[in-house]
Design a protein around this ligand. Structure first.
Ligand code: CP
Ligand code: NVA
Length: 305
């Protein structure tokens, strides 16, 4: 594994290995701290969009493993504006040992990887959020004690998070069903990627337009914001289209009574999810946020050590 750009270009075995490493590093950290396996290594972090979880969990992951991180915010390097993406990749990769980038256009992170001498990690693009999905799998595995044979239902926008969660489910043997409003389905090429991996692993994938149909007998209910970063101008229109796609107590009645609830965060309480569900007994949302730290340590260790 050279880069970590999207889950479609990695094998199910490689991803399973990352979950095993994450579980080990999490136990080690809880036991008093991680060994400094990344001593002397620095991660350059490029952000074209805001972030709490990705930024802080990557920085702390590097520190816990004995390394360092440099934050390059939206106003700093002007990726593709002040300087071309290939030139940024050539220069930055001569200073640091790894690059993590959060971008709008997915092609930018692919181009960074193409011209970088060091590994590149996708910290969210308009198409994918693979680091998030790895942390989600870790959370489901811990909470449900297994993965294969479970059913995850995603309710809401068929966007970057849904795409990576679908691919992760296909890799790890979790049946995946999604309900989106018409016009907000997962992109066709990503759907194809998910179907290919799912077929290989005997996983069932379903697409719905009614949330109640998607969540029937689900063990995990997952949602994300209706208005992703960069889509703020569409907020009014989206609120109208997504109104029936709220994760609330009524919807959960259609799922397995023991179903857990996930959300990648940030949440818009009262829109895609209600307070009682976010803060209720079935929510694993804050464990999920913590797991970003542990899952990313595994990625960093695997590609930088
Ligand atoms: N879930 C997630 O990626 O959060 P941030 O946007 O805060 O990094
Ligand atoms: N779909 C959301 C995820 C945020 C972590 C966005 O792209 O803004």
């Amino acid at each position: 594994m050279k880069h970590f750009l999207d889950l479609a270009s990695l094998s199910s075995d490689e991803l399973q290995e990352l979950i095993d490493i994450a579980l080990r590093l999490k136990a080690e950290w809880r036991d008093g701290g991680n060994a400094p396996c990344l001593q002397g290594k620095t991660l350059g972090m490029i952000f074209q969009k805001p972030s709490l979880r990705t930024r802080v969990s990557f920085e702390m992951a590097m520190k816990h493993l004995g390394g360092d991180a440099i934050m390059l915010g939206p106003g700093e390097i002007g990726l593709g504006v002040r300087e071309s993406v290939p030139d940024v990749a050539r220069v930055l990769s001569s200073y640091v040992h790894g690059i993590m980038a959060r971008v709008f256009d997915h092609r930018d992170v692919v181009e960074l990887a193409e011209f970088s001498r060091v590994p590149v990690i996708n910290g969210l693009s308009d198409d994918y959020h693979p680091c998030q999905a790895l942390a989600d799998i870790l959370t489901i595995r811990e909470s449900c004690g297994r993965l294969r044979g479970l059913k995850l239902a995603f309710v809401g926008d068929g966007n970057n998070v849904a795409a990576s969660v679908a691919l992760a489910c296909a890799h790890f043997g979790v049946d995946f069903s999604i309900a989106t409003p018409e016009g907000y389905e997962m992109k066709a090429p990503i759907r194809e990627q998910a179907y290919t991996i799912a077929a290989r692993n005997g996983v069932n994938l379903e697409m719905h337009t009614r949330p109640q149909a998607a969540v029937a007998d689900a063990d995990v209910i997952y949602t994300d914001t209706w208005v992703s970063m960069g889509q703020e101008a569409e907020a009014g229109e989206r609120a109208a289209e997504f109104g029936a796609f709220q994760v609330n107590a009524d919807l959960l009645r259609h799922a397995n009574p023991a179903a857990i609830v996930l959300h990648c965060l940030p949440a818009h309480r009262g829109d895609e999810i209600t307070d009682d569900i976010m803060d209720g007994a079935r929510s694993r949302i804050f464990e999920q946020a913590e797991n970003r730290l542990h899952a990313q340590k595994a990625i960093l260790l695997r590609i930088l050590a």
